[in-house]
Design a protein. Structure first.
Length: 364
């Protein structure tokens, strides 16, 4: 599961990516600084790991991870191949979610590709290009479906109806993620097309230092615009995040954040928001060898969660011994949890909860 950072050239995408990752993407004050996408596997901040480590005292601790991709900037006409359009759109199609960075600060020393700061215009430019590319994909499919529908094929007629509804939605400047159809129809007829505007999106308002702990007019205009979208918004200052990232001493970082009135770096908020955007959550395994956070899709069953560790665990699943995170912290050990009757034994139908501490029993 991976999320792609997108936006117009020079809005702070690569600076933000560098804050999230030890991989240093090139970042400079000119358009199309990023050409090939930069990939990084990034640890998900989770204070629960440190708490479990104190109790278990393992040999190692392994956090959950999420893949972030820094993708080249988009310009008007990208859907027709302008700038790096075709490459950009191919790269974003391969991601599972979109992190859309919008410039929400004034600075005459940082060039804007369109000459002025206007996050609403910037958002519209990208939305239109993505919608045009999705229209192209749907119309190509419609050409084939129309021929089959003329023969009276019921499935083709239904698909034609769904595709035409999607076309109307896009032509009215709306994204596919807001289409009102049955989920089964969406999975059957739209999912195979890998439509870009169907991907979940998180808007990141890149602000200046004065606005990072509050807000500004640019941010509020974006918030109002996306009120009817199924999307989240976070505020951070990529420039400040870059400065924080250069500080190796924890106390220095903490003082920096306190001075700004922040409880955590914006990059940590972004990683956790992205994790949630991808519809993921965490369960833990805890023993003397390691304490580890495992990433699974929400609503995963116990065998599916076991399969993330090894496919044999899923194939030979017998049962799962489950302790809630809160109970593990309260009783301070697995044995004491058992003595208190707080460990549950679950079968194949159990849906794993966020924070569960699990021991799997299996047979191959």
């Amino acid at each position: 599961m991976k999320a792609g950072i997108v936006g117009l050239p020079n809005v702070g995408k690569s600076t933000l990516f560098n804050c999230l990752s030890n991989t240093k993407a090139q970042s400079a004050n000119f358009p199309f600084c990023t050409i090939e996408p930069n990939h990084s596997i990034i640890n998900v901040p989770d204070e629960r790991l440190a708490a479990l480590e104190k109790i278990v005292n393992p040999e190692r601790v392994i956090p959950a991870t999420v893949e972030i991709v820094d993708i080249a900037g988009l310009v008007k006409g990208a859907s027709k191949g302008e700038g790096l359009g075709n490459k950009f759109l191919a790269n974003i199609r391969e991601t599972d979610a979109i992190i859309h960075v919008l410039r929400c600060f004034d600075n005459d020393n940082i060039t804007h590709v369109d000459g002025s700061v206007n996050p609403l215009r910037d958002k519209e430019i990208i939305d239109i290009e993505l919608q045009l590319k999705d229209l192209e994909s749907i119309n190509n499919r419609l050409d084939k479906v129309n021929r089959t529908a003329k023969s009276g094929d019921k499935d083709a007629i239904q698909e034609k109806h769904i595709l035409e509804k999607a076309v109307n939605l896009l032509e009215s400047s709306n994204n596919i993620r807001s289409i009102e159809i049955d989920n089964e129809e969406k999975i059957k007829y739209l999912k195979p097309l890998q439509l870009i505007t169907d991907k979940p999106v998180l808007y990141v308002c890149n602000v200046d230092e004065e606005s990072v702990s509050t807000t500004n007019d640019y941010v509020e205009s974006v918030r109002s615009l996306i009120a009817k979208e199924d999307a989240d918004l976070i505020i951070l200052a990529a420039g400040i995040e870059s400065e924080i990232n250069e500080l190796e001493n924890y106390d220095e970082r903490r003082m920096f954040l306190d001075d700004l009135g922040l409880d955590q770096p914006g990059s940590s908020k972004l990683i956790n928001a992205t994790y949630d955007l991808l519809n993921l959550h965490t369960y833990f395994t805890a023993g003397p060898k390691e304490v580890r956070a495992w990433t699974i899709p929400k609503m995963s069953t116990a065998p599916q969660a076991a399969g993330v560790i090894h496919t044999d665990f899923e194939k030979g699943f017998i049962k799962a011994e489950v302790i809630s995170y809160d109970d593990f912290i309260e009783y301070k050990s697995e044995n004491k949890v058992k003595e208190a009757g707080k460990m549950s034994v679950e079968g194949k139908a159990y849906v794993v909860k966020n924070g569960d501490v699990i021991h799997f029993l299996f047979n191959v």
